[in-house]
Design a protein around this ligand. Structure first.
Ligand SMILES: NC(=O)C1=CN([C@@H]2O[C@H](COP(=O)(O)OP(=O)(O)OC[C@H]3O[C@@H](n4cnc5c(N)ncnc54)[C@H](OP(=O)(O)O)[C@@H]3O)[C@@H](O)[C@H]2O)C=CC1
Ligand SMILES: O=C(O)C1=N[C@H](C(=O)O)C[C@H](O)C1
Length: 249
């Protein structure tokens, strides 16, 4: 039995992660952190990390970037392995938290997207970028999403950029807002609309041809198998930082 603590336990993802874990025989939620604690809950829910008085094997975080950073720092210093699903952390955060994980002999797994369709999209896009260096990313999310572009889009753009380093062809950044935000040297376009959950498409253009790769999360249930896999398998990872679910598939 592995014990799990959920950062953002009352949020859209936190509630679903709690329900998914409750439906298992081998995992147990022992507490959570959120801004509000007055919701009906059988579990201890804390507002500040300093007040936490329960121990767990794994901290799973779905909050906002600034909070996730503080949470992960505290959790790594207090003997938790940490899984961050929260988007919006930058490369400097990854590096600093990874160093903290090493110093405290803990595992830190940062997953831009737990949906298998998104994990595969990123792998396919990395491969395609070797042959189609001209690429743009379009992501669409629900209107409540606070960050843009999405963590998945940032990760995808970084993979594409690294994979096509050998190519002389690369778009030039422009001051025209309609051309999107350049992440590394890949234009990324973010849409926020009611009715959507999460989706991403990578469009590649070549000589007389194009390739597009698209994934859609119609429902947040798409993230749950990946979250459960990460919780169950994090102990098999080396100490320090791992990015993405790929290492566990
Ligand atoms: N990696 C992945 O596959 C996925 C990642 N995500 C990411 O997970 C994160 C959460 O998404 P989602 O669940 O939809 O968002 P929600 O806003 O529904 O949930 C976030 C929760 O964190 C709480 N919170 C905010 N600020 C604080 C604080 N200062 N202290 C304690 N709790 C706080 C919120 O409380 P309140 O509502 O009161 O502000 C809320 O309950 C996002 O970054 C999103 O991008 C989402 C889906 C999949
Ligand atoms: O906020 C969301 O909903 C999601 N956030 C993650 C991201 O920023 O990439 C993962 C997924 O897109 C859902």
């Amino acid at each position: 039995m592995a014990n799990v603590f959920i950062g953002g336990i009352h949020g859209s993802m936190g509630r679903r992660v709690q329900a998914a874990i409750d439906a298992t025989d081998d995992l147990k939620v022992v507490g959570g952190l959120d801004r509000q604690t007055n919701l009906a809950s059988q579990l201890p829910v804390f507002q500040k990390v300093e007040d936490i008085n329960v121990q767990a094997d794994v901290w799973v975080d779905f909050t906002i970037a600034s909070v996730a950073k503080v949470n992960a720092e505290w959790a790594l210093q207090h003997d938790f392995n940490v899984i961050i699903g929260t988007s919006g952390l930058d490369q400097a955060d990854f590096k600093a938290l990874g160093q903290l994980a090493v110093a405290h002999h803990q595992r830190l797994l940062i997953v831009p997207n737990f949906a298998i369709s998104a994990v595969l999209l990123m792998q396919f896009a990395e491969k395609a970028a070797q042959y189609f260096p001209d690429a743009e990313v379009v992501e669409a999310h629900h209107a409540d999403k606070v960050d843009s572009p999405s963590g998945t889009a940032r990760a995808t753009a970084q993979l594409i950029s690294a994979a096509r380093q050998k190519s002389p062809i690369a778009p030039e950044e422009t001051s025209q807002p309609a051309r999107g935000e350049w992440v590394d040297d890949v234009p990324v376009h973010a849409l926020r609309l009611p009715g959507y959950v999460a989706q991403e498409e990578v469009l590649f253009g070549g000589q007389g041809e194009s390739l597009s790769i698209k994934q859609v999360s119609f429902d947040r249930s798409s993230f749950m198998p990946g979250v459960l896999l990460a919780v169950r398998q994090i102990r098999t990872l080396p100490e320090g930082l791992t990015v993405g679910l790929d290492a566990l598939l």
